[in-house]
Design a protein around this ligand. Structure first.
Ligand code: G6P
Length: 369
């Protein structure tokens, strides 16, 4: 009843609102007081082994796969190790080049997804070291992995994943820093700034929740949409992928995500008068490019809803409405940017009157391959 949902009409909305706490718990005790390093529970990678790594593979399904896309990019940027993110059911059957010099990261909220487990067993068989990122203590994925990093999101009931997703990104960020401390590859962005921003992330997620009222209005409008496009570049493309999945899962509105620079190679043909486009612009380095992509869809009549990092001015000029997000380190923006997209999907589903917490044809955890 209402009580177990903490007064919220649906578990999904309750879980969206739990994110500041979930992110805080997932960070808790893992960043050194000195501000220099990351402790990942019992994970103690030998620096020499990390320096010899040829690749990191991140494998998952659904929403966890989108967290993996972001995690892979962070590992490359921060640790300087090539990272590949793949869908578990694809990885398993393609004879992957995995050996002792591979770190395999399985990401699974439930820790019971059959495809993820099968991929993980295959990687182990080929000699990889396996690390699991999961939300369920003692789950199959946790038991079979060499190392485990828990997300402390707490039980997630709604089928559409929200707080598990954002905490997976947080856990992956910590993993990326942990690896970076061993390879010594700081990358262009600096670990210190990142850790500083990471500490402020729970507050930033809290601040991001303040967009709820305005996003609710867009969501009510979205209840009448038949299609929607989500566009972004870099990390924003991965956020776009998660945004379209959320919308599809619970509101049954057809949605597609595109890397904004790729629009002109096909998808632009689908943009007509009033086609809704959700444009993400949270990455300072890609601001100019994003503005021209937004102009491209505007010129074909699209109605643009922009989701931007507050300080990236100039984007709002082309949008019907602009949702402004708090400023955190660019590599952490996916956590903050997930919030309005979750709320958009939620309010679109409510407007359409679907079964928000238990969408048709979907299960919380898929234990068959
Ligand atoms: C199902 C759920 C998704 C989830 C995916 C992976 O499809 O409906 O929300 O992202 O499984 O689940 P996992 O527990 O492995 O993260």
């Amino acid at each position: 009843g209402q009580a177990e949902r903490g007064g919220y009409p649906h578990f999904m909305l309750k879980e969206i609102h739990e994110q500041p706490r979930a992110v805080r718990d997932t960070l808790s005790g893992r960043i050194h007081r000195s501000g220099e390093g990351v402790v990942l529970d019992a994970v103690r990678f030998d620096p020499e082994w990390v320096r010899q790594l040829r690749a990191v593979y991140l494998v998952a399904c659904g929403t966890a796969y989108h967290a993996g896309l972001i995690g892979g990019r962070l590992i490359e940027r921060l640790a300087g190790i090539p990272a590949w993110t793949e869908i578990a059911s694809e990885f398993r059957y393609r004879e992957p080049l995995v050996d002792e010099r591979t770190l395999f990261v399985a990401i699974s909220q439930s820790g019971e997804t059959a495809d993820t487990l099968a991929a993980m067993r295959e990687a182990k068989r080929r000699g990889a070291r396996v690390l699991a990122i999961t939300n369920v203590v003692g789950s199959s994925v946790a038991r079979e992995a060499d190392d485990v990093v828990y997300t402390w999101a707490g039980p997630e009931i709604a089928v559409a994943s929200t707080k598990a997703y954002t905490t997976q990104i947080v856990a992956l960020t910590l993993l990326a820093v942990h690896l970076a401390e061993r390879t010594g590859f700081t990358g262009p962005l600096g670990r210190k700034n990142l850790l500083e921003s990471l500490r402020q992330l729970p507050d930033a997620v809290e601040a991001a929740l303040q967009v709820e009222e305005e996003v609710k209005q867009i969501g009510e409008l979205a209840g009448g949409w038949s299609d929607a496009f989500f566009i972004g570049r870099g990390l924003d493309y991965f956020t776009a992928l998660e945004g379209q999945l959320k919308l599809k899962e619970i509101s049954y509105i057809h949605a597609e995500a595109y890397a904004a620079g790729e629009l002109k190679h096909g998808t632009l043909a689908l943009i007509e008068q009033d086609t809704p486009v959700i444009a993400l612009a949270t990455q300072p380095a890609l601001r100019e490019k994003m503005i021209s992509n937004i102009e491209e869809v505007r010129a074909r009549g699209a109605t643009v809803f922009a989701v931007i990092r507050r300080d990236l001015t100039g984007v709002e000029r082309y949008a019907r409405h602009t949702v402004k997000l708090p400023v955190v380190h660019p590599l952490l923006m996916p956590v903050v940017a997930a919030v309005p997209l979750q709320l958009l999907a939620y309010y679109a589903a409510v407007a359409k009157g679907t079964d928000v917490d238990k969408p048709r044809n979907l299960a919380k955890s898929v234990t068959v391959e």
